[in-house]
Ligand binder design. Structure first.
Ligand code: FPP
Length: 239
């Protein structure tokens, strides 16, 4: 029993790709793919928690996504705002703690208020940590951390030669959370696309052709099993 638990990744991250293609295939607007995608996120979060996964991080809106058509950006932001505003009861029921990662300074005041309320209300929950990346880019996150350190050097509180991994890590949005063990990307693309660049240095990658709106608990289990198989083969060494 103990051994089986060891093979469950503590932290799973997901690039939820294929919402647009899923919708197009059905003759629906792209935004309907995102609506279905959002339903699937909530379901898979619960499944992940039931499987014993402790941290679950999803790429909901990247720093590059602003260049999509204005109507699609608005639809995505609306969907995310609705989630922030309505998910508190469900998170409390399921003991989920929520944290938003990414540069929140470019999000609307209304979104920031909703995020704060969701994060504050769920802060004491002890179950799975659900990290939602909004206006997130891995390079942008590293730049923000380095800028913070540069300011400390300028202020004379940090010496350049004292800067190490842990000081850069401390300035990341994910600070304090273990690096992802497993990164899943759906719908056929095999790229990292600027997601968790620093944190993903040793992360196992899993790609599937299934589009995100069609993703199921069985698909998650397949990814976790593949991860478990690799860990057994390589002895779980991380470096
Ligand atoms: C990629 O598919 C998906 C996105 C850019 C958005 C993902 C966002 C959600 C699923 C909603 C998240 C909601 C919550 C509650 C966290 P794509 O549009 O790039 O698809 P395509 O490659 O087929 O065009």
């Amino acid at each position: 029993m103990e051994e089986k638990k060891d093979r469950i990744p503590a932290h799973v991250a997901i690039i939820m790709d294929g919402n647009g293609r899923w919708a197009k295939k059905r003759g629906l607007p792209r935004s309907m793919g995102h609506v279905q995608g959002a339903r699937v996120v909530e379901k898979i979060l619960k499944d992940a928690s039931d499987m014993g996964i402790r941290y679950f991080t999803v790429y909901a809106f990247s720093t590059e996504n602003w260049s999509r058509p204005a109507s699609e950006v608005a639809a995505l932001m609306n969907l995310l705002l609705t989630y922030m505003k309505t998910s508190i009861p469900n998170c409390m029921k399921n003991n989920v703690r929520v944290r938003i990662i990414g540069d929140k300074s470019k999000l609307s005041p209304e979104m920031n208020r909703a995020i704060r309320e969701l994060e504050d209300t769920t802060a004491g929950n002890t179950g799975i940590l659900f990290q939602i990346a909004v206006n997130y880019g891995g390079r942008d996150e590293i730049v923000r951390s380095v800028r913070r350190l540069a300011q400390q050097v300028k202020d004379g509180t940090v010496a350049p030669e004292d800067i190490d991994d842990s000081m850069i890590e401390a300035g990341l949005d994910t600070s304090g959370v273990p690096d992802p063990d497993l990164l899943i990307r759906t719908c056929g693309e095999e790229r990292i696309s600027n997601f968790l660049l620093w944190q993903g240095a040793y992360t196992e990658l899993y790609f599937t052709d299934v589009a995100w709106p069609d993703f199921t608990k069985e698909e998650l289990q397949k990814a976790v099993d593949a991860y478990g198989g690799r860990i057994r083969r390589y002895g779980g060494l991380k470096q």
